[in-house]
Ligand binder design. Structure first.
Ligand code: PBG
Length: 334
């Protein structure tokens, strides 16, 4: 122990825990609505709020409903939304061509939200899995996900999103070299300020299950994603992934899932000191929400404690399905 540390009874650490005011004063970390990116699911139609059965409290929304949630985000002080489409199975095919339709659901959603919210950050996934009939993030040759052929399509997808008003493209596919390819294409096409939020350390995780149900890719998925998403056994490799994505032009780097991977968030932030985003994924949301509904834990305290843990680990921002609930709670407190 360094010198200034004195022993009991000169030192009683409980003195600084005796009242709410001193606890607030010495708190090392805080979580606020400004830390949140709110993920939302978009579905075709009007007036639709369709609850995701594995994620109670989370809905697939038609574009008109989504626009209302954007207003709510602005009121709550949430600076960013992340948009994910539920694609009708009839629009899916092996190469995910709907991803390149500039009138697809995500593009419609971006345009609708942009009308009233020029400054709201809109984060859009770049990956083919909502659009392929086999549920993989890339194109296949037999059972093999083809890296470079996929990157060519992802570049086009990213440009289309940028053209429609998306300010932050978020490649979630884990192909090699895609950040550099997308950055080059954005520069060449005049999108100098379009950010890339790289899903840099994305693990092959079972915690994505409810998300895949929400976007309808679960039923479609053939096999698993272990040939492109990372092995949960590894953490040095995560630093390698993040280093490459920063070099290739990422503005923000993401670690995903969140809570079981706090060590990765910590290492990434310590090592690189760049804006680091944690994704509290669908399975993490479901665990807290379902446990609370069964009366096992206190929902509000569990969600705020988990969110604070991300900040303590070093995350600058958190993608969380709890965003509107947590923001409302935090706003009421202050
Ligand atoms: C698609 C994508 C996934 C998630 C975000 N983008 C699923 C996957 O990779 O299979 C998961 C998000 C969540 O579980 O909340 N590439």
């Amino acid at each position: 122990m360094p010198d200034p540390f004195r022993l009991y009874p000169a030192t009683r650490l409980r003195r600084n825990r005796t009242s709410e005011s001193i606890r607030k004063l010495v708190a090392e970390n805080t979580v606020t609505p400004a830390d949140f990116i709110w993920p939302l699911f978009v579905v075709d139609g009007t007036g639709i709020r369709d609850e995701v059965s594995t994620m109670p409290g989370v809905h697939r929304l038609s574009v008109d409903q989504l626009a209302k949630e954007a207003d709510r985000a602005a009121e709550l002080g949430i600076p960013a939304l992340a948009l994910f489409p539920y694609t009708d199975p009839s629009l899916k095919n092996p190469t995910g061509t709907e991803a390149l339709n500039s009138d697809n659901l995500v593009c419609q959603a971006v345009r609708a939200i942009r009308k009233n919210h020029p400054d709201l950050m809109l984060v859009c996934d770049v990956a083919l899995d909502p659009y392929t009939d086999h549920g993989h993030d890339g194109v296949l040759d037999g059972d093999v996900i083809m890296n470079d052929e996929t990157v060519d399509l992802l570049v086009k997808q990213a440009l289309i999103l940028a053209e429609n008003g998306c300010d932050t493209v978020a490649p979630s596919d884990m192909m090699d070299g895609r950040i550099g390819a997308i950055r080059t294409a954005l520069e060449k096409n005049g999108f100098r300020n379009t950010r890339i939020c790289a899903y840099a350390a994305k693990y092959a995780s079972c915690f994505y299950g409810p998300f895949r149900e929400a976007v309808g890719s679960q039923a479609a998925l053939r096999g698993d994603k272990r040939s492109y998403q990372m092995d949960p056994a590894n953490s040095d490799e995560a630093l390698h992934e993040v280093a490459l994505d920063i070099q290739e032009g990422a503005d923000l780097v993401m670690v995903k899932p969140g809570l079981p991977y706090l060590d990765i968030i910590y290492r990434v932030k310590q090592e690189f000191g760049v804006p680091t985003v944690a994704y509290q994924v669908s399975g993490e949301y479901a665990m807290i929400e379902m446990a609370a509904r069964e009366g096992c834990i206190d929902r509000e305290r569990a969600m705020l404690e988990a969110l604070l843990a991300f900040k303590r680990a070093g995350a600058d921002a958190i993608l969380t399905y709890f965003a509107p609930f947590a923001a409302a709670l935090l706003n009421n407190r202050s």
